[in-house]
Every structure is written in C-alpha cells, then in structure tokens.
Design a protein around this ligand. Sequence first.
Ligand SMILES: *Cc1c(COP(=O)(O)O)cnc(C)c1O
Ligand SMILES: [Zn+2]
Length: 496
Amino acid sequence: MELSEFPQSIRPYIIPEITGQLEYRCLGCQKKHSIESLLYTCPDCGGVLLLHDLEEKKKMKRSGKLWRRIFDYRRMTTIPALQGIFLFHEFIAPVIPLEHILYLGEGHTPLVEANRILQERIGMTFLFKNEGQNPSASFKDRGMACALSYLNYMISKNKMKNVLAICASTGDTSASAALYASYLGEKVRSAVLLPRGKVTPQQLSQPLGSGATVLEIPGVFDDCMKVVEYLADHYPVALLNSKNAWRILGQESYSFEVAQALDYHLEDTVLLVPIGNAGNITAIISGFLKLFRYGMISSLPKIIGVQSHHANPVYRYYLEPRPGKRTFEPMQVRSSVAQAAMIGNPVSMPRVIEMVEQYNQTAGKQKVFVVEVTEQAIMEHMLLANRNGHIACTQGGESLAGLVKALAEKKVSAKERAILNATAHAIKFSGFQEMYFQNSFPPEFGIRPKKGLQNRPVSAGLIKGGTAMTKKSITPKEYNVFVEKTALKVTKLLGI
Ligand SMILES: *Cc1c(COP(=O)(O)O)cnc(C)c1O
Ligand SMILES: [Zn+2]
C-alpha cells in the first residue's frame, strides 16, 4: 500500500525515524562501549556484550497500543527494507538507514497449527513456527540480516573496508553468513570454519554455493569457536558468530512476530526453544522483555529451553535450584542428531544467566525452564511431526520432545498453548532421517529405530519386460507392455 493510502493518524509512523543511540554493554564489568567500532567482546575484560538502546525512554512516550498499531499497519507497506525483520526497525537497530538494510526474504515465517490427531496425541494445542522457511532455511538469517546490514552501513561510512567476515558454525550460521555476505559482493569476503564431518552435506553445500572459503577443522564446534575467537582477537576480521551482539538484536524479531501473530495476547502461551550456543533463547527472552517494557504485551509468555542429554550444559546449570549455588561447567558433547545444538560451552551463557534472571524477576515468578530430552525422543518426535504435515528439522523434533517432557514434568499444563521453534528446514538434516530409516545409526547416538516410523522406497520395477526401458531403442508395443505391467505391479503394491 502506498504511504498516501494509510490513515492520517498512522502515516507519520510508517517509515521509521533513523536515530543513533545504541551502545554495547559488557555483562562482565558493566562498562559501556561505543558502536562506532565493531566489538565482539569487552576490550577491558573480555566479557560478552549486549546492545542497549539509549532512546528507549523517549520512544516509550508512545503507548504500547500505538506501537502495536505502527507494526500492524507497517506490514502493508511495500518498501523492501521493511518487509523482513526490520518491520520492527525501532526495536532492532534504529541506527541503520533503510538504504543499507539487506533484505533477502528473512522473517515472517508462518505459524502452523498441528492437526487434530497430533494435538490429541500430545495432549494440548500447539503450533510450529517454521524457521526453515527463511532464505538459508534456518532462523540464523534473522541475526545475519541485522549483522550484515550493520556491516554494510559501516562500510558505507568508510568505518570499515576490505572486510573479511568469518564464523565458526555447526552448519547453519555459516550457510546464512555466506549467503548474506555474498549479496554484498566485493564489499565483503567470507570464510567459514566447520568441524570436519560434523555438518550435514546439505549445510556444507550452502556456503560453498555462496562462494565462501570453507575451512574444515578437526574437532567439534567448540574447537572451531576457539580458533575463530583467536582470529577475532588478533586480526582485523568481522566475527559473525552469535558473540556478535547485532545478531542477537536481529533474532529478537522472532518474539515480535510471535506476539504480532497472536494479536499480542500471550497469556497461557509457552514457547519451546532448542538451546545450542544459547544465542537464540537469549534473543527470544530479550525480545519479549522489550515488548513488555513498551507496554505492547501485558504478560510474559513461559519459555522452555530444550537440550539433548548428549549436549546439556545449560540444563545441568539450572538443575541447581538456588541461584547463588549454580556454577557453569562446560562439557564434552556426545554425538547428537540435534547437531546444530551440539555445543558444550555456549558463548551466550552469561547472557542467558542475566536474561533469565531479569525475565523471572519482571514476571514475578519463574517463567523460564530448561528440560532435557533423549536422542531417541528427538528423532521420534521429528518423524511424528513430519508425518503430520510439518517440515521440522531434528532441532524442531527436539522442541516437540521438549513439550512432551515439560507436560510430563508439569512445567506446562494442557490448558496452555505452545509455540514450537522448528529452527531449520527438515531437508537440511535428512541424513539423520536416512540413518533412522536404514537402521544405520552409529552406536554413539544410542538410537534404536522403530519399524512403525521407518519408511523406505519400494521397488516397483522388478518385472519381466520392465527391462525394455533400458534398451537402446524400444518399439511402441514393447513400451506399452512395460507401462501395463508396471501399473499392474503398482496396483498390487498399493492394494487398489
Ligand atoms: C544454531 C541452531 C540452533 C541453536 O541455536 P543457538 O542460538 O545456538 O542456541 C538450533 N537449531 C538450529 C537449526 C540451528 O541452526
Ligand atoms: Zn567488560
């Protein structure tokens, strides 16, 4: 819709004002740092950073109701920069002018309600938010759209040049980073470090296709992360891991979208989120807190983080109920089908600790929980979901397995409504489905496939005359014989 067509009362707000008041804040020493240089960790103490908006107070002069109207009406504009996560420009990175924003189709992923059969089986109302419908087929695009838009802006201001963007990844971060960097052409070169053999072939194909330099490192993700951090500390590279606070800001859009899609009524709503490096749960918590501060929502939804028993450092941390007694211990991970979350030393752990505390305090009671699920449960719930019309990846299966666990542990009641994060598209992780169907899981996963959930192609070609197709030249008569015989075989196989 054209600007002139909007109601007079909302027109002045449709195109966001560009303002320049963000700063980094260190979660370690609490120091503040300017955003004029790109920081990943605190130059003083090495702590992780979050970005804060200094103009929040000023923006809060607008009522929550007005903000809701702004974002709801803004969905009708056709301005490309405002189509994706930057629909919520004022809440994400208000310093970035629209002309520097990258929009590759990220955000506004659908909420798909599970069918009746599946809801009855699980025992409550639930919906998947299909993050696999982002351009690189995972939620990572939300953060990358923000981080690369900021880089693009810095480059335009001549604050940075000859940028080498670099990241370590369990697969999806590199796919997304390489995609967004490639859109910027010569302005940004990109390199990704991957744990050899620990990303799926589909994920590996993505940065290769985007033209990134792909470096394989022996080890697991945590090892790649250490190498990348060393590089970021000693060389002029732009780190695109979730240490990069701009990514967290972009990923907050998930919460804004959930709230908007539910008309901002979040009472009795619970969100399930798989946890790996813990950037996503940080962003989701932070996003809802923002909406609450602005008066756009009147209650904070419950948030349940989910981890596999093979990579569960966050779960272990919260097993201790007394906050003062908790200590964080990095762990050695074991093989997991939720490979994108197979992380033993999450870089955003200090952010999680801070955000969970703030969230529970604001809510006046515990509203964030972490549950643990088995590898077996993850696989089975992914397969179950996808047999009922979903496109969940293994981590999406983890969300559903986590819901079942949370129900059993009474952390969720059947009267609530659950929003499950299907963090990537099923086809990125089809290798695990294949292993389940072919009974070929290496023993370390500890997964025993169940016949009823397996599915394999059935040959419908082993018939005499069927070989006609392989001949160099076949007569029309021979071809007809082939078609009829094969069709007959198919009718037998399908019982028609
Ligand atoms: C990155 C990723 C996760 C984990 O998210 P964190 O922010 O690292 O906790 C989960 N699922 C998929 C598909 C991912 O790519
Ligand atoms: Zn510090």
